[in-house]
Design a protein around this ligand. Structure first.
Ligand SMILES: Nc1ncnc2c1ncn2[C@@H]1O[C@H](COP(=O)(O)OP(=O)(O)O)[C@@H](O)[C@H]1O
Ligand SMILES: [Mg+2]
Length: 103
């Protein structure tokens, strides 16, 4: 049965993403089929194809070496560095914005 580890902290820049990358690397090195999930992330940049890239997911993927599509790791990605609910509201059509088809 799958187990879930929930990484949280008292603010930003506490090391949540860093520790998550290390944890996933360790799990992978131990032969576990581990995956990452962060529902929404704000303050992201676009790749050369114009798609938004979820920065935390990309960091974790590169640090750990897991083979999980970025879109699956973080499905709701916003450009503006606001809280996700506000960033979603600011997207022009009012719909939740998602992107990052790059793997
Ligand atoms: N244990 C650590 N050793 C060295 N640098 C760290 C450590 N934990 C975090 N950092 C650095 O601190 C910064 C913030 O960490 P991050 O994991 O992005 O925070 P959070 O996800 O909580 O916002 C990053 O530049 C990261 O590389
Ligand atoms: Mg983070």
């Amino acid at each position: 049965m799958a187990k879930t580890v929930f990484i949280t902290g008292t603010g930003t820049d506490m090391g949540k993403t860093y520790v998550t990358g290390l944890l996933l690397k360790k799990l992978k090195d131990c032969g576990k089929n581990a995956a990452y999930y962060k529902a929404a992330m704000s303050g992201n940049v676009r790749g050369q194809d114009g798609e938004l890239i979820p920065g935390d997911a990309l960091f974790v993927k590169q640090a750990s070496g897991i083979q999980q599509p970025l879109r699956e790791m973080c499905p709701y990605i916003y450009e503006n560095a606001y809280s996700p609910h506000l960033a979603a509201r600011l997207v022009s059509d009012g719909e939740l914005q998602s992107g990052a088809t790059a793997n």
